[in-house]
Ligand binder design. Sequence first.
Ligand code: FAD
Length: 543
Amino acid sequence: MSTESIQQHDAPLDQHYDAVIVGAGFAGISSLFHLRKIGLKAIILEASEGVGGTWFNNRYPGARCDIESLDYSLSLSESIQQEWKWPERYSDSRSIQNYLDYTVDELELRENIRLRTTVTDATYDEMKNRWTTTTGDGSNVGSKFLVLATGVLSAAQMPEFPGHDLFTGRILHTASWPKDSVDFTNRRVAVIGTGSSATQLIPLVAEQASQLTVFQRTANFVMPARNGALEAATDQEWKSRYAERRAKARASSNGHNQEPPHGPGKNLSSSERDRELESRWEAGGLNMMRAFTDLLTDTEVNDYASRFVANKIRQTVQDPETAERLIPVDLPIGTKRLCSGTNYYETFNRPNVSLISVAKEPIKGITERGMTVGDTHYELDDIIMATGFDAMTGSFLRIKVVGRNGQTLQDHWEGGPRTNLGLMTDGFPNLFFLSGPQTPSVFSNMATTSEMHAEWLARFLKDLGIANLSTIEPTQNSVDAWVDHVTETASKTLYADSRNSWFWGANTPGKPRVFMPYTGGVENYNSFLSNSVNDNYSGFVRA
Ligand code: FAD
């Protein structure tokens, strides 16, 4: 569907919604589907020009999912999951966005989606028990329930280097890539950052640019993705038992069908460990995370796996100094999200690619014609910011959300997010967070977990009986208990001591150092959701 036709179908606004949903990614789309199914009048407000969330906004070359395509999809409709053909084992952003566009059209959801509509404020009226949501152009939208499905990796961070405005070339950010393809032929390009997005785009930009300089603060582990065409036999096998596959994903630790670990690495011999690690390296992508059950709890096992991958880097990168710079230091493997890419380490063997460490000597500033690090000036035509996101809470806190007694969400979460089950917070009645902090989100196949959330939300509202319900909110005790549980669960893992990651808010200046995702696994989390239903939602008060 063209942008023009999308525009014509944008939903008009009124004041009488049961639910306003913010965000048209996997979580928002699933929520709209399920809330409509239980008879609610709902609308999605979406800042971007199209649906797809992450996959609409992140259009940089190489943007690709690290969960296999057949798994990273929704089960909302049997006919869609049977009919949709994924071309590759791991889908690129364009394919996933096309898939979500198709889903929205097939399920006739588009009439309830309003694009190019940024939510700036949301205020709860305690007299009327309703939310007023304000958009960028000053319009107000009224609803009983407010659902923030704004994404944990959607609030892009643009670093403010001195001289930014002086640069005469192009400055691009991976998370707001231009719609038309960007040509780097004969250009001197800088990439700032070596996280997930950077490791995907660097090999492709290197093929075009005359010179590519990569500025790295901290190295990350990058696994070979081993992408390829999706085999017909795999497609058929999945489609012949999709329900079973979906159930398996929900009963797994990370919400997908990847082969689980065979057991702990602790008591294995070196050759047994090597065999397992080699097979995971060959399988590619996130398979490495599932080498051993104690990979993230036993320091010695983790060190062994980290050394295994470090040796792979040394074997691949010809220049020994560059190889050492690419090997993460003080980073137990897996305690930052593993990157999955194609030809990442090989790219540093190209004569037109160089790697500059800015760990000790940070970027001083941007000039008219380049960038300065220490005493060195780099002449550049393009600067690509692969500087990530104000992760986990950024998109929620960029909206001025005001709850009971005029309290803002920013104040309420000053010391870190506070939720019951990641879904609601105390003092903010009828407000829901989808796929947010204190849920398995970023440790999971988020297509699976966003659907779990949307189903729970619809079930919750249906069970409570919407017509006779004025307010629903979690008790302070239930919120305290969930915050404690999230913290305690993480404290038993190696994440507890690896504070230099966005899981801890370390990449965002001024953010409290609090561990934000839930490490207990999708299966356990799913049990908590089911238990809340069976307990008649005892952690919540209704009026
Ligand atoms: P999003 O997809 O982030 O959608 C949120 C939407 O809310 C966006 O469209 C945004 O524009 C909109 N929005 C935000 N604030 C406002 C506002 N104030 N007003 C209006 N609209 C607003 N997950 C995986 O499971 N596997 C992967 O391999 C993987 N790879 C990723 C790669 C990249 C580059 C990124 C950025 C993320 C990746 N993720 C991956 C995580 C990915 O975000 C989730 O899988 C999933 O797409 C999240 O869906 P969502 O609906 O929760 O949020």
